[in-house]
Every structure is written in structure tokens, then in C-alpha cells.
Design a binder for this molecule. Structure first.
Ligand SMILES: NC(=O)c1ccc[n+]([C@@H]2O[C@H](COP(=O)([O-])OP(=O)(O)OC[C@H]3O[C@@H](n4cnc5c(N)ncnc54)[C@H](O)[C@@H]3O)[C@@H](O)[C@H]2O)c1
Ligand SMILES: [Zn+2]
Ligand SMILES: [Zn+2]
Length: 382
């Protein structure tokens, strides 16, 4: 065991209860690195086990790497999927987190666009910029990258992080960017809602759009769908607080219960042109299949841990398109401009703030989002 840490077990059979059992008492004050060459990090130890513990500080492994000191990071719905054990490919011992902003403290010899002291937004997807997938703009399937941060390699929920292919995976923060918190929303959720939901769903003027799930990703789809002037955006979520937020963000109709019945009623029995799945459950994908009008598009965003039923016996003649996508973050330069101009204001998605050293508490809050009225939590490093 490296250094000292407090390990906490979550009885996630019922994640709503989220009862905690402290297995080993903490020996170090939260947020304090206890040994030279080590740092504090949020470490996944298998389904429902996480710890804020000492890990070795990352070092440059390739000339294209940088090491960054994390300034701000956050927790994603996908981290909760990992914690639940939906992604068994994640190794125990992995530092989680794929979002954040930081300062470059060391740069490999082949890094040309970033130097020590530069602040940057970290893309959740690492891109070499050279392989065939990257050349096609499909960074998510980069042959030496893709979604690896906080998944296949150590991530951003730590004091320091190694970023591979820094030149093509980081985005400069300008001196004029006065608020870094809104920029954290560009690491993942805004491009995810936009690329996997709005672009794949081909939202167009006059469309009736339903977004199933008003979490940060569904709300990001709601914010960015409005670039294309759809006639209606119907938000579906059992959580009334999230629906209230959706209303402020521009939803035209809100549905809390019986989504299929309600949406068919709202659309005169026709259904919607675009159904965006932003939850990741068989039931919510099923709703999309039932509410889609002829010629419509079902755009799946959710990370699915279980197989879903595809009702081709009903859909084969409906001329519909079903899309899936791992976010590529190719839209980052465009989205950054919309955020800088105020056309999109992602600060509204942030509901809670914690010091980075209190990330265990932040996970509890985010994991009990309905009760805590949480959307995005921001963790700030000292
Ligand atoms: N495809 C990608 O590249 C990508 C990237 C990031 C996140 N994701 C996934 O997108 C999904 C959403 O992410 P998030 O951070 O917003 O998650 P979240 O857990 O915060 O939000 C999900 C929302 O769905 C709602 N919900 C639950 N059951 C529902 C139901 N039956 N009907 C309607 N709504 C329901 C919840 O109340 C919640 O508001 C997750 O599955 C996440 O893993 C995918
Ligand atoms: Zn994410
Ligand atoms: Zn590549």
C-alpha cells in the first residue's frame, strides 16, 4: 500500500441509500500529500470501492506527453457507471476522471504548442492527430488514444496528470478566459451532448426533439440543440429539480412520468423527429423506439451496461436512423467560441463546489444527485 489512505465501501446494491462504511481510518489530512514524489488521487479499487489516497506523481513517458497540475476537475455520470462496475475493463488501482483544466508543469521534447506555465482544457478524448481515425475526425477511435483518461490510463481526479499527445489533446486557455469553471464543461459534457445527441440526431429547424434524461449530458444536448431552432424540445426525467433546470435552459415541454403516453399525446399521436437517449438504460432506449416518428432519428448517448431490445418488427418500415457515438470532441473549437461569446453558458450546470481533497464527499453528493439537487460538481485544487 502506498502511503496512507481511507478506503470507503459503498453499499451500492441500493445506490440511492449510498451507505458508507469506513474500513480503514484516514491517517493523513485530506488534500495533503504525505510523501515526496507522491500525490493524492481518487482511486478505483473495483466495483463500489474508491479511495482518496497517495499515488506516485506521474512522469513523462513519451516525448509527446505533458504533466499537468490539475486546477479544476469534476465527476461524470460515466465515473458513476465505472463505480457501479458497468465497465469491468477498468483495472483496480486506476485514477478516475477525464475532465478538467490544468497548468503544464513539464513538457516532453516533442511537444511544440504547449510550454510550462500554459493553462489548458483537457479533452476527455486523447488524439494523436495522425492516425487514420484522427485524420477522419474520429478522435474517439484514435489508434494511440481515444477515451483512455481515467479509464485505461490514470485520469484527472488527482493533483497531477500525464496527458499523452498533448499538442492535439489540449486546448489553450486564453488570458481573457476569466472563468475556468465554465471551461471544464467543455472537456466532455458539452461536446458529448452536441456531437452524440444533436449532430448525430441531425436536429434541424422546426424539428420536434425529445431528450430522455436531464442530467448534465442531456442538458448539454438541450443547450446545443437550440443552435438549430427546433420547434419543440421535450425533456424527460423523473427528477423534478432537473426538469425545472431544463425549463430555464429552454425546454418547451417537460415530462416526468409515463413518457411514451405523454409524448404521444403532446405530438398528436405522431411522435418526435429526434429522440436523444441520455441515460444509458434499456428502458430509456425503449422509450426512444416507441416515440420516434417515421423518418426520425434515435441518437444514443448513454453508456449501456446491459443489452437493449431492438424492436425491428415495429421499426423496419419506419425509415428511422439509429446512431451511436463515443464523443470525439472534434466540436471543441466551435463550442469554445460559443462559450466565450456567451451564446452557451455552461456555468448554469454547476451546482456544487468542493476542494479537491474533499472529492470523496463530492462523489457522495453527485451519487445522490436527486436528493442533493446536484448537476455538475467542481473540485478545485489548492
Ligand atoms: N457516448 C459518450 O461518449 C458519453 C460521454 C459522456 C457520458 N455519456 C453517458 O451519458 C449518460 C448521461 O450522462 P450524465 O452525466 O448526464 O448522467 P446522469 O446520471 O447525471 O443523468 C442521467 C439522468 O437520467 C435520469 N433518468 C434515470 N432514469 C430515467 C428514466 N427512466 N427516464 C428518464 N430519465 C431518467 C436521471 O434522473 C438523471 O437526471 C450516461 O449514461 C453517461 O455515461 C456518454
Ligand atoms: Zn464523461
Ligand atoms: Zn490518432
Amino acid at each position: 500500500m502506498l502511503g496512507c489512505y481511507s478506503r470507503i465501501m459503498i453499499t451500492a446494491a441500493n445506490p440511492a441509500v449510498n451507505k458508507l462504511t469506513v474500513r480503514e481510518p484516514a491517517k493523513a489530512a485530506p488534500g495533503k500529500t504525505s510523501k515526496p514524489g507522491t500525490m493524492k488521487a481518487l482511486v478505483y479499487h473495483g466495483a463500489n470501492l474508491r479511495a482518496w489516497e497517495d499515488k506516485p506523481k506521474p512522469t513523462l513517458l513519451k516525448p509527446t506527453d505533458v504533466i499537468m497540475k490539475i486546477r479544476k476537475t469534476t465527476i461524470c455520470g460515466t465515473d458513476l457507471h465505472i463505480m457501479k462496475g458497468d465497465t469491468p475493463e477498468v483495472a483496480a488501482g486506476r485514477i478516475l476522471g477525464h475532465e478538467g483544466v490544468g497548468t503544464v508543469i513539464e513538457a516532453g521534447s516533442a511537444v511544440s504548442d504547449f510550454k510550462v506555465g500554459d493553462r489548458a482544457i483537457i479533452s476527455c478524448v486523447t488524439s494523436c492527430g495522425k492516425c487514420m481515425a484522427c485524420r477522419r475526425g474520429m478522435y474517439s477511435h484514435c489508434e494511440d488514444g481515444g477515451w483512455i483518461l481515467g479509464y485505461m490510463i490514470d485520469g484527472t481526479q488527482a493533483e497531477y496528470v500525464r496527458i499523452p499527445h498533448a499538442d492535439t489533446s489540449l486546448y489553450h486557455i486564453a488570458d481573457t478566459d476569466d472563468d475556468e469553471e465554465r471551461l471544464v464543461m467543455l472537456s466532455d459534457i458539452l461536446p458529448t451532448g452536441f456531437e452524440c445527441g444533436v449532430l448525430n440526431g441531425q436536429v434541424g429547424p422546426g424539428d420536434i426533439v425529445a431528450i430522455i434524461g436531464a442530467g448534465p449530458v442531456g442538458l448539454s444536448a438541450l443547450l446545443t440543440a437550440q443552435f438549430y431552432s427546433p420547434a419543440e424540445i421535450i425533456m424527460v426525467d423523473p427528477d423534478q429539480n432537473r426538469l425545472d433546470v431544463a425549463k430555464v435552459f429552454g425546454a418547451t415541454k417537460l415530462v416526468r412520468l409515463n413518457p411514451v403516453e405523454e409524448i404521444m399525446k403532446l405530438t398528436g399521436g405522431k411522435g418526435v423527429n429526434v429522440a436523444i437517449e441520455a441515460v444509458g438504460l434499456p428502458a430509456t432506449f425503449g422509450v426512444c423506439e416507441e416515440i420516434i416518428d417515421a423518418g426520425g432519428r434515435i441518437a444514443n448517448i448513454g453508456v449501456h451496461g446491459k443489452s437493449v431490445e431492438l424492436h425491428l418488427e415495429k421499426l423496419w418500415s419506419s425509415n428511422i436512423t439509429i446512431t451511436t457515438r463515443l464523443v470525439d470532441t472534434v466540436s471543441m473549437p466551435m463550442l469554445l467560441k460559443t462559450v466565450r461569446s456567451g451564446k452557451v453558458e455552461p456555468l448554469k450546470l454547476i451546482t456544487h463546489h468542493f476542494p479537491l481533497g474533499e472529492i470523496m464527499k463530492a462523489y457522495d453528493t453527485f451519487g445522490n444527485a436527486a436528493k442533493e439537487k446536484a448537476l455538475k460538481v467542481i473540485l478545485t485544487a489548492s
